[in-house]
Design a protein around this ligand. Sequence first.
Ligand code: SAH
Ligand code: SF4
Ligand code: F3S
Length: 435
Amino acid sequence: MMKPQKYYIETYGCQMNEADSEIVAGMLERATYQATREPEEADIILVNTCSVRQGADNRALSRLSQFKSLKKNNPNLLLGMIGCVAQRDRGKIIEERPFIDFVLGPDAYRRIPEIVANKKRQVIDVQLSRTEVYDGLMPFRNSVVNAWISIMRGCNKFCSYCIVPYTRGRERSRSVASIVEEINAAIAEGYQEITLLGQNVNSYRYNDIRFHDLLKIIAEIKGVRRIRFTSPHPEDVNTEMLEVMRDYDNICKHIHLPLQSGSTKVLADMNRSYSKERYLEFVDNIRHILPGCGITTDIIVGFPGETEADFQETLCVMDKVVFDNAYMFKYSPRPYTAAAKMKDDVPEAEKAERLNQVIAKQKIHTKQRNRSLIGTVQSVLIDGHSKKNPNEKIGRTDSNKLVILKEDHADIGDFIDILITGTAGVSLFGKINKP
Ligand code: SAH
Ligand code: SF4
Ligand code: F3S
């Protein structure tokens, strides 16, 4: 009998890419390939790339160059580049790096089994689709307790700095029936937490079913212990959505609400559709309907034309909201985007300085939010071991905070009430609550 062929996938970028890699892995598994964690022993290597910032681009390309050397020992090795850099750079990639065998954009993954079976080389498929949602392709999941479920793909918002609409194409939503089918399959496999994914997850619309309707349908599925979703666009965080979140205990009280900037002028230049005041109204609405809901955000500093006064407005919104956590970035010009035509006029040193300031502020706020939880009891889903101490288990609260469980006995997949006893950095410490 022939030895089974092995595949290795490395994934960069957002959870959508993680979920796509699981869909690709599902197709390869059904075609009887076996997963490996060692690129050295793989017959097929796929790098699922991200192009959201220059740093992400560079990382993926340098990894591909490292994999090139593996072809010396294994001339049959197939090396494929998929994902957002593949979509953006297309044929240019193989022209510049002929050791890459195929380049597939995010809507072309159904071709993978055929390409690997026939050992095809020099394939480029970057056709974006208006309909592809990978319905009916069960993913081969990588995670232990959480199942990623893509409910929509693409983005129509065209924020001026962002490459995603160019690499992922237009918005399209998956049918309710196929989402429910995938969730039921995940529950049958033992997954207790479902994370709904989409570039603008709450722009979901399938016929008359909108995001809040879908949330309700999913919350009522038997066996779904926890539902998360990411990333919503602030503009689509409406009262209906918040009320469904309030009415169902199994929908986690956490909203990622990307701010990007606190300056109304910069927001307009970013094509973000809301002002500073409106953003603060969104937050008030969340706090009113869902008191205690975790709110996290994304912030970009050094966007073209951002003055010191504009930057101060971002700090001001941070002070008003006191986010639980934030992802903070220096503006990075991206090809094809509207902002790439603007002058990238904030000097690099200034961008770095502003980034340091937002990071320092966020650190204080995270600490403040976390400290306020000391003495409370949180429901935690245990999902792994602490990296520092394998005897300690880790899990997440409803509001998506990491909890390290000291000493007590708990198993992965357990849902337990934990008394929060302390904090460190972004994490909390706790022990099993014995009433
Ligand atoms: N669809 C998601 C965002 C995907 S990109 C949303 O709207 O929430 C994730 C984050 O990367 C963005 O929120 C933004 O803060 C950041 N980002 C995107 N393009 C960027 C760029 N050109 N430079 C710096 N940060 C960027
Ligand atoms: Fe990018 Fe804006 Fe679309 Fe998010 S909403 S993916 S930031 S264009
Ligand atoms: Fe990156 Fe593409 Fe996601 S650019 S952030 S992998 S949609």
